[in-house]
Design a protein around this ligand. Structure first.
Ligand code: HPA
Length: 234
């Protein structure tokens, strides 16, 4: 047990998929894993461990935003021995060529700040995804026929950003989408020499002002889980 995860040692797999929403963790575990067992419910941040095609997998909610994700990722790696961590989540598209339901594989994630910011002081650290996972996820998405984009994203500290000119600069520099967790996931994973990737489905479009209706989100979310599982065990 850790401060935020109630699982016993050994109840967490080396491969962990991390949706922001704990109910998504339950849905993904019930839909894609065999023998899924609840291993964490501290603060309602549900985690499940089961198997996918014979491989042990944990699906653990991260909560929203980097401070929340950072707690779970630190404890999963340092206390439970997690070695492959894949965020499965949604993002807002920031380029015209990216559409609702497309998948974005984040090659790197820009930020203003992460919980790791203090370590870097005046350095703007550019945290990359693990190449083996990125490459395998690209291949899995291609085989599923899902339209997929690979490039930089923006991990924001706020969902409701009050600075209109801020997004303009990100769009101008080719940032594909915005979410709130990947930069810290990549940074902590790099620090501990484990693998990380963010597989994101486009749930809304910042330029077009569109959003996926909630009943459509399940299918897109399911594609993402399958891409992440295939990448983890390729
Ligand atoms: N902003 C930040 N995070 C998000 C968004 C967004 O528009 N959409 C999904 N996650």
């Amino acid at each position: 047990m850790t401060i935020h995860i109630g699982a016993e040692p050994g109840q967490i797999a080396e491969t962990v998929l991390m949706p922001g929403d704990p109910y998504r963790a339950r849905w993904a575990a019930e839909t894609f894993l065999e023998g899924a067992e609840l291993v964490n419910e501290v603060r309602g941040m549900l985690g499940f461990t089961g198997t996918w095609r014979g491989h042990r997998v944990t699906i653990q909610g991260s909560g929203m935003g980097m401070p929340s994700l950072s707690i779970y990722v630190n404890e999963l790696i340092r206390d439970y021995g997690a070695r492959t961590l894949i965020r499965i989540g949604s993002c807002g598209a920031m380029q015209e060529g990216v559409a609702l339901r497309d998948v974005i594989l984040a090659m790197t994630a820009s930020t203003i700040s992460t919980p790791s910011r203090g370590i870097f002081r005046d350095l703007n650290f550019a945290p990359p995804a693990d190449w083996s996972l990125l490459h395998a996820a690209w291949e899995a998405a291609r085989q599923k026929g899902v339209t997929t984009h690979v490039g930089g994203i923006y991990s924001s500290d706020v969902f409701y950003d009050e600075r209109p000119d801020h997004n303009e600069q990100l769009v101008r520099h080719g940032v594909l989408g915005v979410e709130m967790e990947a930069a810290e996931l990549y940074t902590v994973a790099l620090r501990h020499k484990v693998r990380a990737l963010a597989v994101l489905t486009v749930s809304d479009h910042l330029l077009e002002g569109e959003a996926l209706p909630s009943h459509d989100r399940e299918k897109s979310f399911g594609d993402m889980v399958e891409i992440a599982l295939a990448a983890a065990f390729s």
